[in-house]
Design a protein. Structure first.
Length: 382
């Protein structure tokens, strides 16, 4: 057989970890990365942008040096669908044949709630984070509402951690600026016990932290709409001068055009080996997939990395004619940052741990960012 050609969709956490795993295990294999831009956006530090601790240029990492070093071809395009069971990738800039495919194009947010345009969603990237920074700076007082929701068709498809970080970060920022007394902060969520996936102790810990900071809560009421100055729920409405909201997640916009099996929430349906169910040599890693596991299985970068390693290993095995054996570890690790402190949350099949806010974890989160991005910050030719 000629040198096999692997196509990877995406240039985020899962895609790049897969590249490194593949290259480490096979020096010869041909790898093509397909994404709109050869850059990694480091989402976990977006929460520091509203306070000015990070700028856009700190979080958009040019990948040209890394890709050259790893001998990866880059196809600048947006994938629009698949043909031949995945052997042909359809893009807005031509088609691409492959011998094996890894999907790592992340998820997207549900935008169905009426008036959703009145809310800012930090997960949309640096432009949204800059808008939050500017709106905060312009406000002289009032109410700031911060909340998140899930995908009703797939309860695990949510991203709550960053919204707790944004909430605590704004509280800290306003205190640092000496104007916290002019604002009311409200945390809203349709669930009565938000953040349950982080563990029961974590829910209590996070709600206690809100109480300590004088943050009001609006819990257990289904959201019905947003207005320019209002959050509407089945349990009543409240006014707000700034609404920060993370909707539930769903799969990539091209998933339906792939003819691959999808979960009820619209993600690529995978097995414990990160293989797309019933598809030949098609794997998925990270936020784009739906995987078997406990109900707290997170959609986070750490999990995307764990899945990408497994997907890459099994993909190489499949090319060699072996059945998949590698399985990803079930683990949730995050530091909920409060701008000057961090709360460590860890969950596995055996443990659920939450450690109270301390400065060390804030610095650890920052150090981890530096460490994580180091291999990708290569300059071309270096
Ligand atoms: C504010 C915020 C804070 C977070 N904090 C943490 C944290 O502290 N810890 C943690 O572990 N996780 C955190 N996360 C979650 C983490 O960032 C995601 O889980 C992670 O980015 C998922 O990685 P991924 O590779 O699956 O997708 P992504 O990182 O989203 O990458 C998807 C890639 O696919 C590309 N793409 C999209 N559509 C197409 C297409 N049609 N064709 C080709 N390419 C496409 C994109 O351009 C991108 O390169 C945070 C997320 C946010 C937003």
């Amino acid at each position: 057989m000629n040198t096999p050609h692997i196509a990877i969709v995406g240039a985020g956490f899962a895609a790049l970890t897969a590249v490194r795993t593949l290259r480490k295990r096979d020096a010869q294999v041909r790898i093509t990365l397909i994404a709109p831009r050869a850059e990694l956006v480091y989402y976990p530090s977006l929460i520091w942008m509203p306070a000015g601790l990070r700028r856009r240029q700190d979080l958009h990492i040019d990948l040209s040096g890394f890709l050259a070093q790893q001998r990866v071809e880059f196809h600048a395009a947006r994938v629009t669908g698949l043909a031949d069971g995945g052997r042909t990738v359809l893009t807005d800039s031509g088609t691409l044949a492959n011998d094996a495919l890894l999907i790592a194009s992340g998820g997207r947010f549900l935008k169905g709630l009426p008036g959703i345009e009145h809310a800012l969603t930090i997960c949309e990237g640096t432009t949204a984070a800059e808008s939050i920074r500017d709106r905060l700076a312009a406000l002289t007082g009032g109410t700031i509402a911060v909340g998140f929701a899930t995908n009703p068709k797939e309860q695990g498809a949510m991203r709550g951690g960053p919204m707790f970080e944004l909430l605590f970060g704004i509280d800290t920022l306003l205190r640092q600026q000496g104007r916290r007394d002019r604002f009311r902060l409200v945390f809203f969520n349709p669930a009565k016990a938000p953040g349950k996936r982080l563990g029961e102790k974590a829910v209590t810990g996070l709600l206690n932290e809100m109480k300590k900071r004088g943050i009001d809560t609006w819990l257990g009421h289904k959201l019905t709409a947003f207005e320019a100055d209002k959050v509407r729920t089945e349990g009543g409405d409240f006014t707000s001068d700034l609404i920060l909201f993370m909707p539930g997640m769903t799969g990539p916009d091209w998933a339906e055009a792939s003819a691959l099996p999808l979960s009820t929430g619209g993600f690529f349906q995978a097995d414990a080996h990160c293989q797309v169910s019933g598809a030949d040599k098609v794997f998925v890693a990270g936020d784009a997939g739906s995987y078997p596991g406990p109900d707290w299985l997170p959609k986070q970068a750490h999990m995307a990395d764990l899945q990408a390693r497994v997907a890459a290993e099994n993909l190489l095995g499949a090319l060699a004619g072996h059945p998949p054996v590698a399985r990803f570890k079930l683990e949730l690790v995050c530091i909920v940052d409060t701008l000057d402190r961090g709360i460590l949350v860890y969950r596995s099949e055996k443990h659920a741990i939450i450690l109270p806010p301390c400065r060390l974890f804030h610095w650890a989160k920052s150090f981890f960012e530096w460490l994580y991005l180091r291999p990708y910050r290569k300059t071309a030719g270096a």
